[in-house]
Ligand binder design. Structure first.
Ligand SMILES: [Zn+2]
Ligand SMILES: [Zn+2]
Length: 299
């Protein structure tokens, strides 16, 4: 019985949740709901659903236990909810102002508003993902930028809350940054709301401690089976699968990684920094006291 439930969850939980979240967002906005408010409610309910699913069908028992990371995750989650709540609307307002200027200069709104909403969402995700892919890859490959992204990879287990475990400066650029091309091209508020819902639901499933088997959809989404390799302690394995939502740009640039002969590691973290600090304050300060963080792991 349990195996049957796990089999079903692994293959259907993510696609069905995503369809339900996007569909309810579109319906509620159509009925006059404010795009931001609707997106916030749908995202909140999705988080609760995924957290409950983790309790019922965990992938790894080891990832269920608080390894001294929960308090820091809550601190970072609250900080990042505030950072995102303020920064994303501001970025969008600035982008809309640029879009308005382009529109008056060239006499046309560049966004294909006449396309069906699903196609507008696909276009928006591919464009937003290019910014996210580039930023994420730079974070891994440029040493001073890695300091800002390392807190995310310092997690020693994967569970739904990891989707918010970022240094606020990392999120401050990556989160709103991906909306800039959409705002500049003139994407509407409902399209932005759908991108927000897609990113949030995808991000939580990507880190959730539940079984996931997407088969050919692993060529579309940057889901948990791929992202668990991105959290490998082996840097050669971790420097792959940079896509936030789609694996599209990893395929284009040759950084997709999904070995078929083995499973992703259960012991995760940063291989050469095993003593990475785990407290909230220490994580916040880690980019600015990097030499100390490195020295503590070398002792
Ligand atoms: Zn990363
Ligand atoms: Zn991650």
């Amino acid at each position: 019985m349990r195996e049957n439930v796990e089999w079903l969850v692994a293959r259907t939980a993510f696609p069905l949740s995503m369809v339900a979240a996007l569909w309810s967002t579109m319906v509620l906005i159509d009925r006059g709901g404010s795009p931001d408010a609707v997106a916030g409610q749908v995202i909140f309910l999705s988080y609760v659903f995924i957290a409950v699913l983790e309790r019922l069908v965990p992938l790894h028992e080891e990832w269920r236990r608080d390894k001294g990371d929960l308090k820091a995750d809550i601190g970072l989650g609250v900080t990042n909810a505030i950072v995102n709540g303020v920064a994303q609307p501001l970025t969008f307002v600035a982008s809309v102002a640029v879009a308005g200027w382009i529109s008056t200069q060239y006499g046309a709104n560049l966004w294909p508003v006449e396309w069906p909403m699903v196609l507008q969402l696909v276009l928006a995700l591919i464009l937003a993902e290019f910014v996210e892919y580039t930023w994420h890859r730079c974070m891994h490959e440029i040493p001073w930028m890695w300091r800002l992204h390392a807190p995310h990879h310092s997690a020693n287990r994967l569970y739904w809350f990891n989707a918010l475990r970022f240094h606020p400066i990392d999120l401050l650029v990556a989160g709103p940054g991906k909306l800039i091309p959409l705002g500049v091209l003139g994407a509407s508020a409902p399209v932005l709301a759908l991108v927000g819902v897609f990113s949030a639901v995808h991000g939580v499933y990507q880190h959730a401690n539940i079984p996931c088997r997407l088969g050919p959809l692993n060529w579309v989404f940057s889901m948990a089976e791929l992202h668990r390799w991105h959290h490998s302690p082996d840097v050669e394995e971790a420097n792959h699968n940079y896509g936030g939502n789609l694996i599209f740009w990893d395929i284009v640039f040759g950084t997709r990684f999904l070995p078929s002969d083995r499973e992703p590691p259960v012991e995760i973290g940063i291989g050469d920094l095993p003593s990475f600090p785990q407290g909230f304050g220490a994580l916040m300060m880690s980019p600015f006291r990097w030499n100390k963080v490195v020295a503590e792991s070398k002792r």
